[in-house]
Design a protein around this ligand. Structure first.
Ligand code: F6R
Length: 250
């Protein structure tokens, strides 16, 4: 695990975007694993800026998003597909058919999970997976207790996760209670993983992740210790509870 410490969110976003751009330039047919939420927004802004200024080409890039709420139409204002369109896809030259997000409104959710797993295999696997981290250590929507062996599956969101995501909705009761998510196994199969963490509210989770190497399903992000190529980009606030010597120990 490599840790890149930045002084603030802007710098974190720039560094993350530079890593994604390198993957895209090295392989114009790369598969990018993408996340939603507050953390990657700045990275997406930097990708858009770079695309406008330097014409980085996404015409043959494929994307695979981590998760989607259940029971939400892909065109709903709160769907993760809408989020991705607004924050990235509409602003770069990616083909819509190459942007993959689980469909949260299908008759058979088990089939949808299997379809998504097969799709990832068929397009050659994920080259770089962007991750945020929940305050409880979730990655994707893999909540504490999720077996590391899970592939794409349906989850019940914890009250805390729904509360954290309520800021995107009118009211917490509007936040769906279930989602479809890539499993930890899928995440660990990515060739490179980029974990982003910003702000004081992530400090406890980052301390638990980095101060020890306690690998446990009760703390999903700890699975990342099992992967050989993880880069953590975090700002000072997110690393504020990480022991000084640990920040350079990985
Ligand atoms: C989003 C996702 C989640 C978020 C996490 C952090 O696709 O899978 O794991 O990355 O909840 O969210 P933010 O970035 O909003 O703090």
């Amino acid at each position: 695990m490599e840790i890149i410490r930045t002084s603030n969110y802007m710098e974190l976003s720039l560094k993350a975007a530079q890593m994604v751009i390198k993957v895209v330039n090295d392989n114009p047919k790369a598969v990018l694993g993408l996340a939603t939420g507050g953390t990657p927004k700045g990275t997406y802004e930097k990708l858009i800026k770079d695309h406008k200024e330097n014409h980085t080409d996404y015409s043959n890039i494929q994307t695979v998003n981590l998760d989607e709420y259940l029971g939400i139409d892909p065109d709903d204002a709160n769907s993760y597909r809408t989020f991705m369109k607004q924050h990235l896809f509409n602003e770069i030259n990616i083909q819509e058919k190459n942007t993959h997000i689980p469909n949260g409104q299908v008759d058979n959710y088990e089939n949808e999970c299997q379809r998504y797993d097969h799709l990832i295999q068929d397009i050659g696997g994920i080259d770089i997976q962007l991750l945020g981290i929940g305050q409880n250590g979730h990655i994707g929507f893999n909540e504490p207790g999720t077996p590391f062996s899970e592939t794409t599956h349906i989850v019940n969101l914890t009250h805390d996760t729904r509360k954290a995501n309520a800021r995107f909705f009118k009211d917490i009761k509007d936040v769906p209670s279930q989602a479809i998510t890539l499993g930890i196994k899928n995440i660990l199969e990515s060739r490179l993983i980029l974990l982003l963490a910003s702000g004081e509210n992530k400090a406890k989770a980052m301390a638990r992740l980095l101060n020890g190497r306690d690998i446990s399903e009760s703390f999903p992000a700890s699975a990342l210790h099992l992967h050989e190529h993880v880069v953590v980009i975090a700002d000072e606030a997110a690393l504020s509870l990480v022991d000084k010597q640990k920040r350079s120990a990985y």
